[in-house]
Design a protein around this ligand. Structure first.
Ligand code: BTN
Length: 267
């Protein structure tokens, strides 16, 4: 696929999908940028009460978790970041990336995708293959309103020769739905879900969304190994706690694993 045969994002259509919520967002669409997360972190938008969103058709230096690269081809994925500011005292950052994953899962389900599951902390799988990834990065608070850049990449239609390394394989929405969905509609629906769920999260913490996350837990009660920076833990996945930490049932009892330290593989 080259630049001429894919549909670029239509900001008017995204705002139309947002309906009454449109005024809560500022939306910038770029044909190309290094990374939408980097863009928001380096040019911090004003705290004007809106959620600032940057979406790009192509990223030249897309970033994933733990220093990985998020690869980009024109039209292959929906890539955007949103700067969310939370009221002082909100439960940031614990659980935030899990909530973002839940918002992606619900949006995909709304579009009719079957077999959507969540892999802690924040990969979105369809029938076991990775369909979307999330990178949450916090901006230094220093007494100001805490803010988080929530970057999301969703595979729309990967090129046939795309080679993306992932232990259980990758997939895209064209495969899951039989056709690539309209990216503008997808972004609009997802922003609505994020807005809804981050409101719940700010008010009641991850505990209020824990059940919904666990219903979609790809590894519930399965043997897993957690590859950490310094040690590897083996056990059975016992879900997540009220803070969004992973619970691992091991020979030595229940261990609590915090986001960002580990990756999870089916043993
Ligand atoms: C991962 O799976 O490791 C996370 C991938 C996150 C990719 C998205 S694409 C939009 C935003 N900009 C980036 O550079 N990364 C995130």
């Amino acid at each position: 696929m080259d630049r001429s045969d894919y549909q670029s994002l239509d900001t008017g259509a995204v705002l139309a999908e947002l309906g009454d919520l449109a005024s809560a967002f500022s939306l910038v669409h770029l044909a190309e940028c290094d990374s939408t997360n980097t863009r928001l972190l380096t040019d911090l938008p004003p705290d004007d009460g809106r959620v600032h969103v940057v979406a790009a058709d192509v990223q030249t230096s897309g970033r994933g978790r733990r220093g990985r690269v998020w690869q980009s081809w024109p039209g292959a994925s929906l890539t955007f970041s949103a700067l969310w500011r939370f009221a002082p005292g909100s439960p940031v950052p614990a659980g935030l990336s899990l909530v973002a994953g839940l918002a992606v899962a619900r949006t995909l389900e709304e579009l009719g995708v079957e077999g959507v599951q969540l892999k802690w902390p924040n990969d979105v799988l369809v029938h076991g293959c990775k369909l979307a990834g999330i990178l949450v990065e916090l901006t230094p608070g220093r007494g100001r309103t805490p803010a988080a850049v929530v970057g999301i990449g969703i595979n729309l239609q990967l090129p046939p020769d795309a080679s993306v390394a992932y232990p259980t394989g990758v997939t895209d929405l064209a495969t899951a739905l039989g056709r690539a969905p309209d990216a503008s509609r997808l972004l609009g629906l997802l922003l609505v879900q994020l807005h809804r769920l981050f409101d719940v999260y700010s008010a009641a913490g991850f505990a209020a969304l824990r059940g919904a996350w666990q219903q979609r837990n790809a590894f519930a009660d399965l043997p897993v190994s957690i590859l950490g920076e310094v040690e590897t833990l083996a056990g059975t996945c016992a879900g997540v706690d009220d803070d969004g930490a992973l619970l691992l049932r091991t020979a030595d009892g229940l261990r609590r694993v915090l986001s960002g330290e580990v990756s999870l593989r089916l043993a």
